[in-house]
Design a protein around this ligand. Structure first.
Ligand code: ARG
Length: 279
């Protein structure tokens, strides 16, 4: 028995040693060319029409179009992603799918360069990460089953069963409702299914996304209570001391002034974009 345990310890130490050696070698001799590094951008593609995957796995949505427009040479951005080579406008993006709930901690750990995911700029989040200037005017709304006439606004939510997405502003809001029984879900489609099944009375989530899904027949049997609960703005999230923040802000300003933003807004929402604050 003692011998067996000893043997296992030796094996463990040996494998740990090998692992450290491999990690060490990789940082000395990076496998990717540092001159051609793409900007790593995380997104949770379960949020129609901001980010979602088509049947053949393609990423699409308002946020994806906006990010691609920022990266295109037309936006004129040069990011400090490459060393030594002449700076040309435009950059490559590598999108990465991440659960919404993990987005902020992944940014904090700097495992990604940015995240675009309908992320609301909040004072709480600004303590740990940075945000670009606002790029979308949004807000939370209550969604109920079409035949529910009892829930008319914030005051009728007391004591009700409410579904929210983990880590979202909707989840934070739900905590302020007295005696509410809150169920949390990883992604949008799941909590709407729970609402349809009758397991919860209401969903609190981003109004635009819900309204879009209802309008396009992706969400049947659900309606949104007219009054918005909050006014929010989405921003592109970055690590706190990101070297790309200024350039991204300039890029958003360019897209706002040269008509590209309006074009993208109209493509997805078929409406005039509202005025956005600078910061
Ligand atoms: N705007 C909300 C928030 O920041 C929810 C965003 C959800 N986005 C998503 N891709 N699932 O908390």
């Amino acid at each position: 028995m003692v011998k067996l345990i000893n043997f296992k310890w030796q094996q463990l130490i040996l494998s740990l040693g090998c692992l450290l050696l491999i990690i060490g070698c990789q940082s000395l001799y990076p496998t990717t060319n540092p001159d051609a590094k793409p900007l790593k951008v995380a997104t949770d593609p379960t949020f129609v029409p901001f980010e979602f995957q088509t049947a053949d796995g393609k990423l699409e949505g308002f946020d994806i179009d906006l990010m691609n427009a920022l990266a295109s040479p037309a936006a004129g951005l040069t990011l400090s992603l490459s060393k030594g080579i002449a700076k040309v406008a435009g950059f490559a993006i590598q999108f990465e799918s991440l659960p919404f709930d993990g987005m902020i901690s992944t940014l904090q750990a700097k495992r990604i360069d940015a995240a675009i995911s309908g992320i609301t700029i909040t004072a709480e989040r600004l303590k740990t990460i940075a945000f670009s200037r606002p790029y979308f005017k949004a807000g939370l709304a209550i969604a109920v089953r079409e035949d529910n006439q009892n829930i008319k606004g914030f005051n009728s939510l007391k004591g009700k069963k409410i579904a929210v997405q983990i880590g979202s502003t909707g989840a934070d809001f739900a905590k302020t409702i007295s005696n509410a029984k809150i169920s949390t879900f990883n992604s949008g489609p799941e909590f709407f299914q729970d609402l349809l099944n009758g397991n919860v009375d209401a969903v609190i989530s981003d109004a635009f996304a819900t309204l879009y899904a209802i309008k396009n027949g992706k969400l049947k049997g659900i309606r949104v209570v007219a009054d918005l609960l909050t006014q929010e703005y989405y921003g592109i999230a970055m690590p706190k001391d990101s070297p790309h923040l200024d350039a991204i802000n300039k890029g958003i300003a360019t897209l706002l002034s040269n008509g590209t933003y309006k074009q993208i807004y109209q493509k997805w929402f078929d409406a005039e974009p509202p005025q956005l604050p600078d910061s």
